[in-house]
Design a protein around this ligand. Structure first.
Ligand code: IPE
Ligand code: IPE
Ligand code: MG
Ligand code: MG
Ligand code: MG
Length: 286
């Protein structure tokens, strides 16, 4: 799968609207198009391909999951959350369109993602579609991502132990990665074992991904990252980097990737793209 396939799918699913609601749709397009590493859609498409789902067929569900991710970024950057002004090398959504539109944009992207998953064009089998919707609802809602974000804010400037930080990261970031892998499995009607293995893989790389993000906040540069760096310490964020130091946090991320790779053992050589993704998560500089 290539990033430009995701871009094209998102472009189709986010039409320019005429009339009064034009600003909302423009903001939704701004938040989704032309940027980002597209790791979550890649995970959907490559997980599905393990079960013979053609990449083109998985793209709608993949684009829906990217919308959810973009929704989370728009919320995350709001002044009431991380108060960030730069995202993907451009002004954050709320800087360009205002806070009110940014809030509506994030909520709309989440709802549109559900609409896409519920559409028979995504999968002809209604049971599969219910499975997709269920997986997303659980991952993005108050049991996982939203809870993780709430805890992230509650932990600011507090002494927090490593266990609690790991739990928070699993919720705010691990769960969406896990659900992307799961959605691939659901599209491919995978059996329970394969599905569980992919969920474990997604969660582990998601947790490693957040540690890498926290390391890059400490060690990376603004220009390469396309977002401000050095902000976690200033905001008093509870991260493994702050709790353990860079070297040990890096080792922890590597350990998670090792765990992720073990989850893929049953898939043999066909999972090589997922293995590459796991390596990328900790070797990246962007
Ligand atoms: C950033 O995610 C938010 C985190 C969970 C750390 P990405 O680094 O995947 O963001 P984009 O999509 O590439 O901009
Ligand atoms: C964001 O974590 C997690 C979610 C968006 C759910 P961060 O706050 O560390 O992400 P960045 O660094 O702003 O991209
Ligand atoms: Mg945040
Ligand atoms: Mg942030
Ligand atoms: Mg960060």
């Amino acid at each position: 799968m290539r990033a430009r396939d995701v871009e094209a799918a998102l472009d189709r699913l986010l039409p320019e609207a005429a009339v009064q609601e034009q600003k909302l749709w423009r903001a939704m397009r701004y938040a989704c198009l032309d940027g980002g590493k597209r790791l979550r859609p890649f995970l959907v498409v490559e997980a599905a391909s393990l079960f013979g789902v053609r990449r083109q067929q998985a793209l709608r569900a993949a684009a829906a999951m990217e919308m959810v991710h973009c929704c989370s970024l728009v919320f995350d950057d709001l002044p009431a959350l991380d108060d960030d002004k730069l995202r993907r090398g451009r002004p954050a959504c709320h800087v360009v369109f205002g806070e009110a539109t940014a809030i509506l944009t994030a909520a709309s992207l989440l709802m549109l993602a559900f609409e896409v998953l519920a559409d028979p064009a995504t999968h002809p089998d209604a049971e599969v579609r219910i499975g997709l919707i269920d997986a997303l609802a659980k991952a993005a809602g108050p049991r996982n991502m939203a809870a993780g974000q709430a805890i992230d804010l509650a932990f600011e400037h507090k002494p927090v132990d490593v266990r609690m930080i790991e739990r928070m990261q699993g919720l705010k970031t691990g769960a969406l990665f896990a659900s992307c892998a799961e959605i691939g499995a659901i599209l491919g009607k995978a059996d329970a074992n394969a599905r569980e293995s992919l969920v474990a893989f997604g969660r582990a790389i998601g947790c490693a991904f957040q540690i890498a993000d926290d390391l890059l906040d400490r060690e990376g540069d603004r220009k390469t990252m396309g977002k401000e760096t050095g902000k976690d310490a200033a905001a008093g964020k509870a991260t493994l980097v702050q709790a353990l130091g860079c070297d040990q946090a890096r080792r922890e991320a590597e350990r998670m990737i090792g765990k992720a790779l073990v989850s893929l053992e049953g898939f043999g050589g066909s999972a090589h793209r997922l293995r590459d993704l796991a390596q990328f998560v900790i070797s990246r500089n962007t």
